[in-house]
Design a protein around this ligand. Structure first.
Ligand code: DX5
Ligand code: ZN
Length: 233
């Protein structure tokens, strides 16, 4: 399976942040997104929750499709049986689609199907295939999936809400994940990342670090995004 050209672009910009929209002020979303884009953010993270896999129900493909942006759309699916929904997220312009290994009996098939799909924004771009693991899921589950994913997302909180506390055992998991995937996949850490711990998370070897409430805290998303990005340099 040909690797998405996006992987090289993401690798070249690593480590970088992917900003979660969930805790943004939705009344002024357009101007907030402009601000973080102006701050230099390249990735916008969408937490799709179905109220079944996750306690909360958030947003779906129509919302992702409706948000017009130059930033890459990083779609984190926390939904049961994602296979039948992939088409909608691809049509919505997803550049990264991450599925949870716990969300389907047939995660290998989901990744195979995703590997044949074409990026709706730019057919030459490809779609990065991600697999996500809850904090309680053994890392070894990713080994038989080798060759069928380009990104591993380690949740550092239990799925459900923004603003939760970072689970410390994630640090060991990042190191162990790097040993398993070496340079065959990007590593993403998602949840509980703050101004105080973002530097540590990057030093562990994460390529993409999701940050939601630390950027959208009701004050200045521009300053916050800049601060988080500076912490990576
Ligand atoms: C958790 C989500 C995370 C989280 C990020 O279910 O996947 O993306 O909301 O938000 P913060 O940065 O607020 O933890
Ligand atoms: Zn997420």
């Amino acid at each position: 399976m040909a690797r998405s050209p996006l992987v090289d672009r993401l690798r070249a910009s690593a480590p970088q942040i992917s900003v979660g929209v969930l805790t943004a002020d939705w009344l002024t979303l357009g101007s907030q997104l402009e601000l973080i884009e102006r701050a230099g953010v390249e990735l916008l993270h969408f937490d799709v929750m179905d109220g079944v896999f996750c306690p909360m129900l958030t947003l779906g493909a129509p919302v992702i499709s409706g948000l017009k942006t130059q930033m890459l759309k990083d779609v984190h699916l926390m939904i049961e049986e994602p296979l039948s929904k992939l088409d909608g997220f691809v049509a919505a312009g997803a550049d990264i689609i991450t599925v949870h290994v716990e969300s389907t009996r047939h995660v290998h098939r989901v990744l195979q199907v995703l590997g044949k799909m074409v990026n709706a924004t730019d057919p030459n771009r490809g779609i990065v295939r991600g697999i996500a693991l809850n904090p309680g899921t053994p890392l070894e589950v990713i080994e038989p999936l080798a060759g069928e994913f380009e990104l591993v997302l380690l949740l550092a909180v239990n799925p459900g809400w923004g603003g939760q506390k970072f689970i410390a055992s994630t640090c060991e998991r990042v190191k162990r994940a790097r040993e398993i995937v070496r340079d065959t996949a990007l590593i993403c850490v998602d949840g509980g990342v703050t101004r105080d711990n973002i530097g540590n998370v990057a030093r562990l070897g994460a390529d993409i670090i999701v940050t939601g409430s630390a950027v959208f805290d009701g004050k200045s998303p521009f300053e916050n995004a800049k601060h988080m990005m500076d912490a990576l340099r």
